[in-house]
Ligand binder design. Structure first.
Ligand code: SAM
Length: 331
């Protein structure tokens, strides 16, 4: 991907930093304390996620890759287009995108690929994975999902296939998922497609291993968020005073990631001119990863304005990539 095809959707770094500071203030002033997982992905965070995704304990990436490898050859015929705009939300390093794009190119379909990711590092890595070639144009957009979609409005004209892979949807709770999918629906045209990855409910030990990998990359990803606050907002978190803890909440149907303060800690954040106190063993909530049953996926689909075309699953039924189509819109 060359630089002219890379757009920073939100050009205002100062505004982004202020939003980060405001979100940190809200999260650390709450009881219980929390931080938003969307801030995991600075350069170090994106590299750590890439390491997690290649780790044997993290079954999600290789399982979804297996699904896309065996089922994406059917996509070009199912969609029946000769040119398509593929838009990926939270594309990461682009290894899964490359697989899907190749199936369309092999079927003679021209592809305009637009990758949206909040992390510049992720878009850099994707640019190294996916190279332009005949019938394929590649555009990297650095920004939030909906900033990217707004930027693309009027810049795309073909049938759209939106990819939302990696069970990124699982980071939202049920209310947020519905709001997200409905908002996505309103930015698409009738008959556009969405291929969306859902991690399924399964044996709890398998889940816990995936979110506490034996190489401690997930711990490091979580601690990196505190390091990011130290770097970007002038915080003085002592990282050695926190322990990573991942647990399955069966009532919510979600993995939850925490950092637990091992002892009392006072953290001063210069950008906020504010001190925050942690008591010994106080939890800091960082991430939800909701897990799904096939029936829950269907009901989410129906409730948000799509119809299901096909569910693609792996041999062990660990994960589903569900192909949805936007149903007729009013007006
Ligand atoms: C868990 S990784 C998944 C990457 C890839 N989709 C996959 O399946 O391997 C999440 C990706 O989404 C990006 N991301 C997270 N929140 C985002 C947001 N609000 N807007 C845009 N990108 C976001 C992160 O930077 C990261 O690259």
């Amino acid at each position: 991907m060359n630089v002219s095809q890379l757009a920073q959707v939100n050009n205002d770094d100062q505004q982004e930093l202020e939003q980060f500071a405001a979100d940190v203030f809200t999260g650390l002033s709450s009881d219980p304390k929390y931080l938003s997982a969307k801030y995991f992905y600075d350069d170090t965070g994106s590299e750590l996620f890439q390491a997690i995704s290649q780790h044997e304990d993290y079954y999600l990436t290789r399982t979804e890759y297996e699904i896309l490898d065996s089922h994406s050859p059917y996509l070009p015929a199912l969609l029946g287009e000769d040119e398509i705009d593929i838009i990926e939300l939270g594309a990461g390093d682009g290894h899964k995108s490359e697989l899907v794009i190749n199936r369309f190119l092999e079927a003679g379909v021209k592809v305009n690929f637009h990758a949206i990711d909040i992390s510049e590092k992720a878009i850099d890595m994707l640019g190294e994975t996916i190279l332009e070639r005949p019938n394929l144009s590649v555009h990297g957009l650095i920004g939030d999902y909906f900033e990217g979609l707004r930027f693309l409005k009027g810049r795309t004209s073909k049938r759209q296939l939106v990819l939302f892979l990696g069970s990124n949807i699982g980071n939202f709770n049920h209310t947020e998922s519905k709001a997200f999918l409905r908002r996505l629906w309103s930015s698409l045209n009738a008959d556009d497609y969405l291929l969306i990855g859902f991690d399924l409910k399964k044996n709890i030990n398998e889940l816990i291993n995936a979110y506490s990998d034996s190489s401690n990359y997930t711990r490091d990803l979580n601690l990196n968020l505190l390091a990011r606050i130290n770097r970007e907002l002038g915080g003085n978190f002592d990282l050695s005073g926190f322990q990573h803890y991942a647990v399955y909440n069966p009532e919510l149907g979600a993995m939850e990631s925490y950092l637990l303060a091992l002892g009392e800690q006072k953290v001063f954040i210069e950008a906020l001119q504010q001190e925050f106190e942690f008591e010994a063993f106080e939890p800091l909530h960082l991430e939800y990863s909701f897990k799904f049953l096939p029936a829950e996926i269907d009901s989410l689909c129906k409730q948000t304005g799509y119809k299901r075309i096909e569910n693609f699953s792996d041999k062990q039924d660990r994960f589903i990539d569900s192909l949805w189509q936007v149903t007729l819109r009013n007006g």
